[in-house]
Design a protein around this ligand. Structure first.
Ligand code: ZN
Ligand code: ZN
Length: 362
């Protein structure tokens, strides 16, 4: 091209940057992105960034939020992006694509295999999800349940700090489900799960520079200062005395919720559940049944179903507690037998673990 007279061509500093430097910047971006668009916007900038952005080193470093694809945006390209990230050895991609294939695309073999690959790399949510698949016999028949395998997977996930796995394990010990019954060990694990959950939720609010929402169950209200200065620490209360709603939901669960249910825009997702199959009633889970009556239902009202104790405990705290069992039933109890009702209240105060209504097999 002819050089224009009287003007000098500005050199392109970006072109002079060595590939290694660009890849290192892109690695930092993909590992800290807050959404897929943060990363994809860069890929669309130019051919060079597109090529280097899909470099295995960059894809291997991507964090879970980079893969937080919306169900309504699911496409062959999105699938390809996850497959490329799997090929690059990204453990989060193994997990998210595994969950999508197992539950949404109903490609159970491939999904379970990806989850197993993530589990081998000590990915705690993958270990926990495989445990639930074993506990529920998901993708197979009722007789395919392998409770002992579920307990072993749960124990591994709990050891890695997975709170729901710890809670599930506590209930297994309490009930003698897949392990020899040990009530005191079960209670110890449940208290530990509550303590860890409280710490993690307070941490989320601290990171967002917000005070935690304290909706006190009793008639008197307290402010945050009361909570901090109060020597009566509510760790041992079944729900800490307030609703914990600040839990961060994993992108895989958000995807499933949107796939089978309603997205944030109120439109229904692309997935269809076969007739007779139900979703887990906890809104932050998104797991569907893979066969009829796979999930256990709340014995209090019989209207809600859960894939696990963890989901039941969360739903109880944030939602179901005020809905479970018809109000008239409780009112009737109060009128018929005041003493009995008082006794129940006393017990509630003393309870140290999840005082949720049992869930029962269908
Ligand atoms: Zn669930
Ligand atoms: Zn209920």
């Amino acid at each position: 091209m002819k050089k224009p007279k009287g003007r000098t061509i500005r050199s392109d500093l970006f072109e002079k940057l060595h590939d290694d430097i660009v890849i290192s910047v892109l690695c930092k971006l993909s590992s800290t992105a807050n959404s897929p668009s943060d990363f994809i916007a860069v890929l669309l900038t130019c051919k060079r960034l597109n090529k280097l952005g899909l470099h295995p080193l960059v894809l291997s470093k991507s964090c879970s939020k980079t893969f937080a694809i919306r169900a309504k945006n699911w496409s062959p390209e999105a699938h390809r992006f996850l497959k490329l990230s799997v090929s690059a050895g990204n453990t989060e991609a193994y997990y998210i694509l595994g969950m999508i294939r197992f539950y949404c695309l109903q490609n159970r073999g491939s999904g379970a295999s990806l989850l197993a690959k993530a589990a081998i790399r000590s990915h705690a949510p993958a270990l926990y999800s495989l445990a639930l698949i074993q506990f529920n016999g998901s993708g197979g028949l009722k007789n395919d349940k392998d409770v002992s395998a579920g307990v072993a997977l749960c124990a591994r996930a709990a050891f890695l700090g997975h709170i729901d796995a710890l809670r599930e394990l506590g209930h297994c010990f309490q009930d003698g489900y897949g392990v020899p019954k040990n009530i005191s060990e079960g209670r110890r694990l449940l208290v530990q799960a509550n303590a860890r959950e409280l710490a993690s939720v307070l941490c989320v609010f601290h990171n967002h520079h917000q005070p935690p929402p304290l909706f006190i169950n009793s008639s008197r209200t307290r402010n945050q200062t009361d909570f901090v200065s109060d020597s009566e620490f509510w760790l041992f209360n079944n729900d800490y005395g307030f609703n914990l709603t600040g839990r961060e939901i994993h992108p895989a669960n958000k995807f499933m919720v949107e796939w089978f249910g309603l997205g944030e825009d109120g439109n229904s997702g692309p997935g269809n559940l076969d007739p007779g199959l139900r979703m887990c009633s906890y809104v932050g889970c998104g797991r569907p049944e893979t066969r009829k009556n796979e999930f256990r239902r709340c014995s209090g009202c019989g209207k809600v179903n859960y894939c696990s104790r963890g989901c039941q405990a969360h739903d109880w705290r944030v939602h179901h507690k005020v809905e479970c069992a018809p109000m008239e039933q409780w009112m009737g109890h109060a009128i018929d037998d005041v003493e009995e009702a008082n006794h129940m209240n006393e017990e509630d105060v003393d309870v140290m673990d999840d005082q949720t209504v049992e869930i029962e097999e269908n």
